[in-house]
Design a protein around this ligand. Structure first.
Ligand SMILES: Nc1ncnc2c1ncn2[C@@H]1O[C@H](COP(=O)(O)OP(=O)(O)OP(=O)(O)O)[C@@H](O)[C@H]1O
Length: 311
């Protein structure tokens, strides 16, 4: 069953097309990764699913029902963890979750029980009367997640939930996502951290300039770049490097420098390593190591969009 379906979903801001005819479905039980660089259109898409932004064109169905005609039904079945933490600093942790779960439609004793349950779930069971202003960034994030899950949504949408938090809370959040998924919750997960997406997502879509440019399991996406090889060359210092000369080498599609590592994406069948090394030596660049890397989501992303996710 499709928990979420987007049909030709489009959003224009004036003449600018932020989301461009996206058609995609997310099935029950998936942890669906939504990858895109800054400004690719992820938040705009999510905000339309959450009914926070009006759809310019197209349709969104939640559990088979169009959200424009069934707003209340959609709201009660979706939980959103927004990119910016959205909690009230002057309300206790308990009051925050109680408030948001109420907005999602819970009432009475059910509302109270689920509030307690959600706080317990995110590891804030002993912080009911604590104020978020005294919480760490990670605790605020977890509280924000409790606010989104207390009504037990069928679909949880998390927009970069691990940005800027400590490793302990980050691991806690990733574990919570898996646990929620195990309890039957379908998850859409957007992140800038490729490793996280690789680790937890069952299927992934890559969005660029408002369009879905690839979609599939990690394995399926990696198969797109099997005609590519990735060579990493570690050098002592990249200061003197003439990158444009390296980009001219036959077969080389892209060169990136990260710290002191030169990352080459190149046609697999072109034997150009000798030429690359010659050029580095001619510029007196000291090579520390050379390594051929297996394709991963990072290289898929780079090959398809021409830039790295964290540009
Ligand atoms: N209210 C708005 N008015 C005009 N342009 C907008 C508006 N909201 C977003 N945009 C533009 O739409 C494009 C997509 O933005 P969006 O926030 O969806 O990207 P994103 O993929 O979520 O990126 P990020 O990771 O930075 O949040 C961007 O070019 C952005 O500048």
């Amino acid at each position: 069953m499709n928990v979420l379906e987007m049909k030709q979903l489009t959003k224009k801001f004036g003449e600018f097309i932020a989301v461009d005819h996206i058609s995609m479905s997310i099935k029950e039980g998936e942890i669906f990764g939504f990858l895109g660089a800054n400004g690719a259109g992820k938040s705009t898409t999510i905000n339309m699913i959450a009914s926070l932004l009006r759809i310019t064109k197209g349709e969104i169905l939640v559990l088979g029902k169009s959200i424009s005609q069934n707003a209340k039904f959609a709201r009660s079945n979706i939980g959103i963890v927004p990119q910016e933490i959205a909690i009230y600093e002057d309300m206790t942790a308990y009051e925050n979750v109680h408030f948001f779960a109420g907005l999602y439609g819970l009432r009475g004793s059910e509302l109270k029980e689920r509030t307690v349950e959600a706080l317990e779930f995110v590891g804030l069971g002993d912080k009911h009367s604590g104020y978020p202003r005294n919480f760490s960034g990670g605790m605020k994030r977890r509280l924000n997640i409790a606010c989104a899950i207390a009504h037990r949504p069928k679909l949880l949408i998390m927009d970069e939930p691990t940005v800027g938090i400590d490793p302990h809370s980050r691991n806690y959040i990733l574990d919570s996502v898996r646990k929620l998924n195990g309890m039957g919750c379908t998850v859409i997960y957007t992140s800038h951290y490729m490793e996280e997406v690789e680790e937890i997502c069952t299927r992934i879509a890559i969005i660029d300039h408002g369009k879905i440019i690839a979609e599939g399991t990690k394995k399926e996406l990696e198969a797109i770049v099997t005609n590519q090889k990735n060579i990493w060359i570690e050098v002592r210092s990249a200061e003197q490097l003439n990158i444009s000369k390296l980009q001219e080498v036959a077969g080389v599609n892209k060169v990136e420098i990260e710290d002191r590592i030169l990352k080459f994406s190149s046609d697999a069948e072109v034997n150009n390593l000798n030429r690359i090394i010659q050029l580095l030596m001619a510029d007196h660049i000291e090579i520390r190591s050379v390594e051929e890397r297996e394709p991963n989501l990072e290289t898929v992303f780079l090959t398809l969009t021409g830039r790295s996710l964290r540009d």
